[in-house]
Design a protein around this ligand. Structure first.
Ligand code: KG4
Ligand code: ZN
Length: 334
């Protein structure tokens, strides 16, 4: 069964092809260069770029897989959440393709796609899932495909957003996460002493996250004369320490020892190492599937199709705001 998955929720155009649950092609056209000049994503520009990229990228994906559009059995696209103009490009394109080819169409929740990408044949629910990206830091209890309970979320900045902002402060490029990680790695290798950051929300009763204090602290430390390397190292240690603390607390409270980590921040090697050391059984998305991409959308649609989910009506709307807990168990349409 061939599934085409499209993600245009933010600033990357993602087109993926999955055959029987295995990723065959996963193309991402990044808009990073375009938005870099503005220091963040400009929604209108993102939509226009998606519009230019979506058809050629889909044609290239089909060519690389060596199949014609007629070979597709299911067409899926991210329905939300995301930038509405950007979402509509991929969502409408996918609906048009499904209509033209007379194939079923599924609108997928972006966060469910991130979770499914890290959810191999392996762990059976219930388990914990952390989605940490530029736009989200959410901790869920996954009870089944389509059944999610929100345990905690960021009270301010998303984890990736904090990495991006501190990276910008340190004069690094965008997206800042990988660059900041590189600088911290260099600092650790050179034996640089880390700048003093406190782990946020140490006293909280809940399972929430907060990253904006770390960003403010980075500004102060830079003014005080701490080196960029020391700040990168200290910030990363505190940000990862914070994620770890909340996750261990969630493990204690729920009794779940399996954790999926999804979203761009899952690529962070310090986070990966610390989580493995913490006695949790951790699953990360395979390489190329942690950032926004189309294959994860195809994987999620494939999994839903196997559970018997039929085609969504082509009148389905895209949703800028769509909490994952509201996604329905099977139909995905409410
Ligand atoms: O999931 P994603 O590709 O897009 C969003 O939905 O936001 O996540 C991108 C985010 C960016 O904020 C980026 O800086 C962060 O993930 N990121 C990282 C790393 N790689 C990407 N953060 C920390 N360490 C990394 N290695
Ligand atoms: Zn994402």
């Amino acid at each position: 069964m061939w599934v085409l998955g499209i993600d245009t929720s933010c600033d990357d155009t993602g087109v993926g092809l999955v055959k029987d649950g295995r990723v065959v092609v996963n193309l991402i056209r990044s808009q990073v260069d375009l938005h870099q000049a503005y220091g963040g994503v400009v929604p209108e520009l993102a939509s226009r770029e998606h519009l230019k990229a979506i058809r050629p990228l889909t044609e290239r994906a089909l060519a690389e897989a060596g199949i014609s559009p007629r070979a597709l059995d299911l067409i899926a696209a991210t329905r939300g959440p995301g930038l509405i103009g950007a979402l509509l490009v991929g969502f409408t394109f996918a609906k048009g393709l499904a209509f033209g080819l007379d194939r079923p169409f599924l609108g997928v929740h972006h966060l469910e796609a991130h979770i499914v990408a890290a959810w191999p044949e392996g762990p059976s629910p219930p388990f914990l899932a952390l989605v940490a990206s530029g736009g989200h830091t959410h901790l869920y209890e996954v009870l089944d495909l389509g059944r999610y309970r929100l345990l905690g979320a960021t009270l301010d900045d998303a984890a990736g957003e904090a990495f991006d902002k501190v990276a910008r402060l340190l004069g690094l490029g965008f997206p800042g996460g990988p660059e900041l990680e590189r600088l911290a790695e260099e600092a650790a290798q050179e034996g640089v002493e880390e700048a003093p950051f406190a782990v946020p929300l140490k006293e909280q009763k809940g399972l929430d996250f907060s990253f904006s204090g770390l960003k403010t602290r980075a500004v102060q430390l830079l003014e005080k004369g701490y080196s960029r390397q020391a700040i990168a190292l200290g910030f990363q240690r505190a940000a990862v320490g914070h994620l770890l603390e909340v996750l261990l607390k969630a493990k204690e409270r729920t009794g779940h020892t399996t954790l999926l980590v999804a979203g761009g921040v899952a690529a962070n090697k310090t986070l990966q190492a610390e989580l493995k050391r913490a006695g949790l059984s951790v699953f990360f998305p395979p390489k190329g599937l942690s950032q926004d991409n189309g294959a994860m959308v195809a994987l999620a649609a494939h999994r839903r199709a196997l559970k018997g989910e039929a085609s969504h009506p082509l009148s389905l709307d895209a949703r800028a705001y769509w909490p994952l807990e509201e996604v329905s168990h099977l139909t995905g349409v409410e």
